[in-house]
Design a protein around this ligand. Sequence first.
Ligand SMILES: [Zn+2]
Length: 168
Amino acid sequence: MPQKNYVPERFQSPEYLAALADTSAPQTAIFHKNALNHMQEIAVKGYPNEICGLLLGNITAQDWNIHDVRQIDNINTERAADRFQLDPKGYQAVDREIRGTDIEIIGVFHSHPDCPAKPSPTDLNNAWEGFLYPIISVCDGKVANIHCWEPNDLSGKFHPVHMSKANS
Ligand SMILES: [Zn+2]
């Protein structure tokens, strides 16, 4: 059997390449250990479907601090393998959960089953500036890699974001 291609041709297309900027975002994405582990578990468990969820934490001038994550149902059932749409009810539930705390919703993560951890033009169209977008590439049911992205309205592209792990 030929080896599976984890970089489908569309990821090399001009349309896909145009969604990505060369210059990194100025801030760093700092993941607390549990948040990073939980995000990976959700992505693996959902494979071969695309999963999505919210990042909880704080934003400072220097970084995104991701304390926790919450899985939200992907209501795009027609193309569950390569599209996601956050269930608004799930979003509202998390919003209620954190109300009155100093924790905020600061980003949206999703998985790319058997595809690179690079955002698609569709991801760009649906992205909100100021939010962090980690993408988890899950190949053959295992996490291949994770990259974080920030959409920038000025450049009209996703900028790569440096990732690091918090000590706690
Ligand atoms: Zn995507």
